[in-house]
Design a protein around this ligand. Structure first.
Ligand code: ADP
Ligand code: MG
Length: 381
């Protein structure tokens, strides 16, 4: 039986570019080589999308990003073509987008793949866009009676005056369309808010201000499936060193060489050491709270119209026991494989499931009628 082309797409013009390289490497290393011809498609920092070819499988971040077999690609309907000497075409592929953040996780890359009719794992354009936009996401949650913390939207043009600030200090300032805690800041006064907004507006067009939840417990859970049917993984409690879970907490715990070790399961998957995020799996929470979070997570996944694997993050107010959804990650770091392993699904099995869901969703969409017979083109205009 011939192998299926599994295209691992990653990189992109995003501040989370480097995190994406690590997720991609983990997927490349864990895809079942007996089933798939793995094709790494790297959206480089310089711009072009290149196919990386190497006789040896990539084993380190360096070997991947410094690969000297970069062949720029062009897409066509149903596949892509490497602009190498032989100009080989790749059809019958399934893409696993491993992007994080701007242009890769927000629907832009998904739009490209839809345009060229290439099946891909994970959420479609709509769900990706909602998932990446904290303002849209919160509005959608409110519409569906799922609790979110109150928020105030600020743009560079609107700015924020002390008297227009809706909340008492401390507050949290965050970019509306980024991730990995980049630009997220706890602020104790208006001066800090102004400074934090200045940083945000270097990275994003919109900022959110929220009241700071001081006595909180963070709980994340992954969801796998589609809007027809989905399941939840075990929960995790990510542990932060300071007031907020920072980029350093997430990927750089352990100092030197941490980029190699970044993301959970690094050691086991050939990326040295698991010096990244400290976490408790499962999250130490009451059974009824866990059941509520899992039920809400499935509801959120469906309301957003997600597909494939996502991770949904919550904060519990320890005083009131109220649970708030913080955000959804439609392409979670490491594809949340460590939460599925703990639920009895191995990383290679997770990849197989993502491919199956991708093909199913693609067929579902392709079956929709796209023509509508009318007489309007026969009219003189
Ligand atoms: N309103 C808040 N109160 C307290 N901590 C918060 C609040 N919002 C965010 N945080 C902290 O900041 C982290 C990152 O915020 P989040 O909204 O998840 O942004 P990102 O998409 O960058 O991960 C959270 O994991 C949490 O630790
Ligand atoms: Mg987060």
């Amino acid at each position: 039986m011939s192998k299926k082309n599994l295209v691992v797409m990653f990189g992109g013009p995003s501040v989370e570019h480097d995190v994406s390289v690590i997720t991609a490497l983990q997927v490349i290393k864990n895809a079942d080589a007996s089933k798939y011809e793995v094709l790494p498609l790297y959206w480089t920092k310089e711009g072009p999308v290149v196919l990386l070819r190497n006789r040896q499988p990539y084993t380190t971040v360096q070997s991947l990003i410094e690969s000297n077999t970069r062949q720029p690609v062009t897409f066509f309907s149903g596949g892509f073509k490497a602009q190498d000497f032989f100009g080989k075409s790749y059809e019958n592929s399934v893409v696993i987008p491993c992007f994080h953040g701007t242009d890769g996780e927000d629907g832009v890359a998904q739009g490209l793949l839809d345009f060229f009719a290439i099946p891909y794992a994970g959420s479609n354009v709509r769900a990706s866009a909602v998932g990446m936009d904290k303002i849209l996401f919160k509005a959608l949650m409110k519409e569906n009676n799922i609790p979110v913390l109150p928020y105030q939207v600020v743009t560079k043009e609107s700015g924020v005056e002390p008297k227009s600030l809706k909340f008492d200090f401390p507050v949290i300032v965050k970019p509306a369309h980024l991730g990995s805690s980049i630009g997220v800041k706890k602020c104790d006064g208006i001066r800090e808010v102004t400074d934090a907004l200045e940083t945000v507006f270097e990275l994003d067009t919109h900022a959110l201000i929220e009241p700071y939840l001081s006595d909180k417990q963070e709980v994340n859970v992954s969801v796998l499936g589609s809007t027809d049917e989905c399941q939840t993984s075990v929960t995790e409690e990510p542990l932060s060193a300071e007031d907020i879970l920072s980029f350093e907490d997430k990927y750089l715990r352990g100092g030197k060489g941490a980029a190699q070790r970044a993301l959970p399961g690094g050691e086991k998957n050939g990326l040295k050491g698991m010096a990244s995020l400290d976490r408790r799996i499962p999250a130490p929470i009451e059974k009824n709270q866990e059941a509520r979070i899992k039920k809400q997570a499935e509801e959120i996944f469906k309301v957003c119209g997600c597909s494939g694997v996502a991770r949904i993050d919550f904060m519990i107010d320890k005083k009131t026991k109220e649970t708030y959804v913080t955000e959804i990650n439609t392409i979670p770091g490491s594809l949340s494989f460590y939460l599925w392993e703990a639920a009895g699904i191995s990383f290679p099995e997770l990849i197989d499931k993502l491919v199956d869901i991708a093909e199913h969703e693609y067929k579902k969409k392709a079956a929709l009628m796209r023509t509508f017979e009318s007489t309007i083109l026969q009219k003189d205009i």
